[in-house]
Design a protein around this ligand. Structure first.
Ligand code: ADP
Ligand code: MG
Ligand code: MG
Length: 766
């Protein structure tokens, strides 16, 4: 094999030529104006590494070819650059040597470029970006074009489309009478690319033509380096351009319309983060406020709320529906709950890879970090910026897109389901197999879910409806009732209230199916705490109801069986509401362990049109999936509780106390509450699905819970034949995207046999 490859050769192998080199060959083939040259291959680099020797013979021959090709002699009208080129993007990390005029200098320069693979900067960059250290680099030798001539010359970098918003128009910088290095070094301030259009309209038009050819060939937005010598355009480099999430979506959609890519490709190349970027809240324009400070934009989106310094307090406040911004010097794993509860997070220390930044990004929660002008006093609970003192409870707004911090709660606007989003979703809908439903308890959330394209409501919890004061007092009356008469009066009251709720909900559904879950919460949670009450009767009842471990105690269907009035009341309220507003309703029973429980609840149901299914959230239910399938109309895996049960974990304790250590030590690969534990919980699910379907082929099986919106987990649910996932309304678009990706990726790939796919899942932690 030769050690030197010419731009005019056939070979476009990036593992031999590096990205830059391979793309120069491609551009030459496309007939674009590329200064001629050749590439000393990565194989030659390897040989150089082993023996210290360069292929001098070939190099010299190539140089004399270059002189013939250009009709100029080295040092007499011809100079060359020697450029690095690796199979991975390592922008600016290795050496480039320009303006070389004799053979010996060129041979030192090739060595220098090869050696620069191992310079400190490059090594550190590879380590941070997980780029294998044995990829190696080639050295490109290319005839120089001179952008630093006096007239009609210059250099620039353009994106073929706007990387911030995706608009189809050249976007970039130009510097006249300059070479590439002048542009990067920042010695002279470049002008917008618009200047080139004004100074040399034909060159600009040529650049647009080049951009179009490149985009159509590479089928993506490009980031192009070019130089103009004496009014003639030369292209020196192209690569796919980095872009914001919003731009990524717009570019993908536009490229489908321009016939550059197919809708399938658009779906496959977008990431959930790209789509999520369309859903963040933003400051309502026009934004004419002056920020009081600025930090790093760690996670996009805007949020406002009262300043809180204590994570636990953030949690308490959020439970009372108060919007809070958690302000800390920096965050640590103990603060997770507070971060969860807050609308947004603001820190004065730490960069874009700090704990706060990473955690908020995973949650999609607005975050500004490392705002160093902030002086946070945790003891006094104050935040000082210069003369300005902000106290606990004062309202602020943070903008994770800009890193700006504002005083007061500024008007924000919710993400709208834009035409772009709708278009993308219609493609996703046409490829995906998984149904995408929403978890929604209120009319507001149902409307939200519809806006984002939910196909049904997969989990409507009834707990939330007891939260308002009137309902809370009604259920307390029931719990505290002394006589059967009191009890039945209380239950009738509740039934009237629930019926009203369901009527509102059914109206909002407007034909969409809904699964209503019967009461799941332990009863004592509806009572005040012991300290809060002086009423001896309440105290007495509290003592009776007290549990050692409420989450494993008297809750779910167990309450339904022992207090039959409650489930009966809920079921009757649903039936009565349905009689007034027709709706496609199914009832779901939580915490089931045995078929007898299900049969028991079924006795309460008089309306044959009401389907009854169960939450699959106990290990026993999974082990009895076949039997349960005979009696249930559908299953819905509650993966949060199921994960707790399979791991014997109590989520809050685990996340607060030791999960981080486990992740750091590699004992666990992920937080199993965020990413489904495929090998354990997943395998149990897969087994349950196959047993259930053996009994009832057509059994509808869904997943509700946080995992239903998480990409890796969604792929797994697709693989094991889950029918639908039900996630929070805001996650619907990303969930649909991933569901479509899963279906497209699987096309052609064989479906693995049940209970093998979980075990085969490639990961180091078993
Ligand atoms: P990197 O991309 O790793 O920073 P390059 O190999 O692209 O390094 O070189 C940096 C810059 O040097 C280029 O953007 C270009 O402006 C200039 N340059 C490189 N080779 C030539 C050449 N043959 N003619 C004119 N300018 C060149
Ligand atoms: Mg470059
Ligand atoms: Mg549950």
């Amino acid at each position: 094999m030769p050690s030197v490859f010419f731009f005019e050769d056939e070979c476009e192998d990036k593992f031999l030529l590096g990205n830059k080199g391979a793309n120069l060959v491609t551009m030459t083939k496309l007939g674009l104006p590329v200064p001629p040259g050749f590439i000393v291959s990565i194989e030659a680099y390897r040989e150089y590494q082993r023996s210290g020797k360069l292929p001098l013979e070939e190099l010299r021959r190539a140089l004399s070819w270059l002189q013939k090709k250009t009709g100029k002699k080295l040092g007499d009208g011809l100079s060359v650059s020697v450029r690095s080129s690796a199979p991975a993007s390592m922008p600016g990390m290795m050496d480039t040597v320009l303006n070389l005029k004799d053979e010996d200098k060129i041979i030192s320069a090739v060595k220098r470029v090869f050696d620069s693979w191992d310079n400190l900067r490059a090594v550190e960059y590879r380590r941070l970006n997980k780029i294998p250290s044995d990829l190696g680099t080639s050295a490109i030798v290319q005839a120089m074009v001179l952008g630093n001539k006096e007239k009609n010359s210059g250099t620039g970098v353009v994106f073929t489309r706007n990387p911030n918003n995706g608009q189809k128009r050249l976007f970039g910088e130009y510097l006249d009478r300059a070479q590439g290095e002048d542009l990067v070094s920042g010695k002279r301030t470049p002008q917008p690319i618009e200047t080139l259009r004004l100074q040399m309209p034909e060159v600009y038009a040529e650049l647009e033509r080049v951009a179009d050819i490149l985009e159509r060939h590479f089928r993506d937005m490009q980031d192009v380096e070019f130089t103009v010598e004496d009014g003639k355009l030369y292209v020196l480099q192209t690569r796919s351009g980095k872009r914001s999430g919003r731009a990524a979506v717009r570019i993908a959609i536009d490229m489908v319309k321009e016939g550059i890519i197919s809708p399938e490709e658009a779906i496959l190349r977008l990431t959930p983060e790209d789509v999520r970027a369309l859903l963040y809240k933003q400051l309502k324009p026009p934004v004419q406020y002056r920020p009081v400070a600025q930090g790093l934009s760690a996670c996009p989106g805007a949020a406002s709320g009262k300043v809180v310094f204590d994570p636990l307090e953030a949690d308490t406040k959020a439970r009372l529906n108060e919007a809070v911004i958690l302000v800390r010097p920096e965050t640590s794993p103990e603060d997770i709950q507070g971060i969860h509860a807050a609308e947004g997070v603001l820190t004065s220390r730490g960069g874009l890879t700090s704990h706060a930044a990473i955690v908020t990004r995973a949650m999609g929660k607005p975050c500004v970090c490392g705002a160093e002008t902030l002086n946070i006093d945790l003891k006094e609970e104050t935040l000082t910026i210069g003369d300005l003192v902000i106290r606990k409870g004062d309202e602020i707004t943070i903008d994770g897109d800009t890193g700006n911090i504002y005083l007061g709660a500024l008007p924000l606007q919710e993400a709208e389901a834009t035409t772009e989003l709708k278009e993308l979703m219609s493609w996703a809908d046409s490829y995906k197999r998984l149904g995408v439903w929403a978890n929604a308890d209120t009319v507001e959330m149902i409307l939200q879910a519809k806006k984002f394209g939910a196909e049904g409501i997969g989990l409507c919890r009834t707990e939330r409806q007891f939260n308002s004061p009137e309902r809370l007092s009604a259920i307390r009356e029931f719990i505290l009732a002394q006589t059967p008469a009191e009890r039945s009066e209380a239950i009738n009251h509740l039934q009237r209230l629930q019926k009203e709720d369901f009527i509102d909900i059914f109206r909002a559904l407007d034909g969409m199916p809904i699964i209503i879950r019967l009461l799941d919460m332990p009863l004592h949670e509806f009572l005040p705490s012991e300290e809060e009450t002086t009423d001896p009767q309440v105290k007495e009842r509290l003592r009776e109801l007290r549990e050692v471990n409420p989450m494993l105690g008297h809750r779910g269907v167990r309450v339904g069986v022992t207090f039959p009035e409650i489930y009966q009341m809920q079921i009757d309220a649903i039936s009565e509401a349905r009689a007034e507003v027709p709706a496609n309703v199914a009832i779901m029973v939580p915490q089931v362990i045995t078929v007898q429980e299900l049969l028991w609840v079924k006795k309460y149901i008089k309306d044959p049109a009401l389907k009854v299914g169960i939450m699959m959230e106990t290990v026993r239910a999974c082990m009895r999936a076949g039997k349960l399938a005979q009696e249930a109309d559908f299953f819905s895996f509650g993966t949060n509780d199921l994960t707790q049960a399979v791991f014997s974990f109590s989520r809050e304790d685990v996340e607060r106390k030791f999960l981080t250590t486990y992740l750091e030590l590699g004992i666990l690969e992920h937080n199993p509450f965020q990413i489904l534990d495929i090998k354990g919980v997943g395998r149990l699910m897969e087994t349950a699905v196959s047993w259930a379907r053996k009994e009832k082929k057509t059994l509808e099986i869904g997943v509700c819970g946080e995992h239903a919106g998480e990409p890796l987990s969604i792929r797994f649910f697709h693989r094991i034949g889950i029918d639908y996932v039900s996630c929070s309304p805001f996650r619907i678009p990303t969930t649909k995207l991933v569901a479509a990706q899963a279906a497209l990726e699987q096309k052609g790939a064989p479906i693995s046999a049940p209970s093998e796919s979980a075990a085969k899942d490639a990961s180091s932690v078993s």
